[in-house]
Design a protein around this ligand. Sequence first.
Ligand SMILES: *Cc1c(COP(=O)(O)O)cnc(C)c1O
Length: 362
Amino acid sequence: MINVTKSYLPSLEDYVKYLEAIWERGHLTNHGPLVNELEDKLKEWLDVKHFYFVNNGTIAIQLAIKALDLKGEVITTPFSYVATSSSLVWENTQPVFVDIDPKTFTIDTKKIEAAITPKTSAILSTHVYGIPCDVEAIESIAKKHKLKVIYDAAHAFGVQYKGKSIMQYGDISTLSFHATKLFHTVEGGGVSTQDAELAHRISYMRNFGHKGQEEFWGLGINGKNSELHAAMGLCIFPKISEILQLRKKLSETYTHYFNELQVNIQRPVLPQHTEYNYAYYPVVFENEKQLLTVRDNLNAAYIYPRRYFFPALNSLPYFVPKQSLPIAESISERVLCLPLYHDLSPDNIRRICQIIAQVLKY
Ligand SMILES: *Cc1c(COP(=O)(O)O)cnc(C)c1O
């Protein structure tokens, strides 16, 4: 069976070494030495000033919304994982969807200003599939209208734009280290900012607002993560470059076989000056019927791609009235993420491409 992804697992021996040390210390959670070590390493690797390891990528977004004290309307993308917009609703803000760019699939910055009202407080957008949003256009719109900017960078671990870590753009960026992500800690997430004052707020907010044992800085939540999760991250951390290299190679293998089979299939376009992380291999079919036929044929061969991201988030049942967003809806109906993980074999990639070629050609 070939799934859309497969979690990278370090050697069990490596993990057990960390477990033995945890057993010895008896320190399981609450900012233990492994959490601190992972935080320091990721902060340096991601090249950000402030970084907090939290318990998942959804709490990371919610902490970002709370730390910026967002109210009213937030402009956001309909083409992302559900957590991007559900977090806004959960934090009592009103998502206002803006359609996506037909080439990059990230928010269409030309359409943002028309959606701004006196109630707008921020823009929350996703670097979907690890493709950078038009961060420069977003920055100038945000400056002009005094809006905050959050990037859901759950897919963008390791992405650079114009020679800079993608995490340095916007007021806050958030990551997910869920087991399905490129770098993972089983469950986990991260919040980063370049702003010391925001960092200060986040550091209290993710720990119930505790300031010592008996004093409270303010409102907080449980955003902590454990030593066992940090241990997984520390085992995988030394392998990051290797994982990125493998994914690059496998993505190129897909492209090679599609070319060889003379299959012309739509793919999202990376902006210039992007150092990509090959987080996903999305392909866009001509229509939903073709996508479903491809999926059926792959499933018959025990290959399970995923419809990331379907449906478009503006069509979720809790958004009334409905906004119509033709491009996001059209892409959502036609896009399929093909299997991509560290030990997927080139032979299997060839098989997947052949099955797709058969559907497209006949
Ligand atoms: C995975 C993901 C999240 C949520 O992360 P969790 O760690 O599963 O809570 C948020 N946004 C996007 C775009 C994601 O892909």
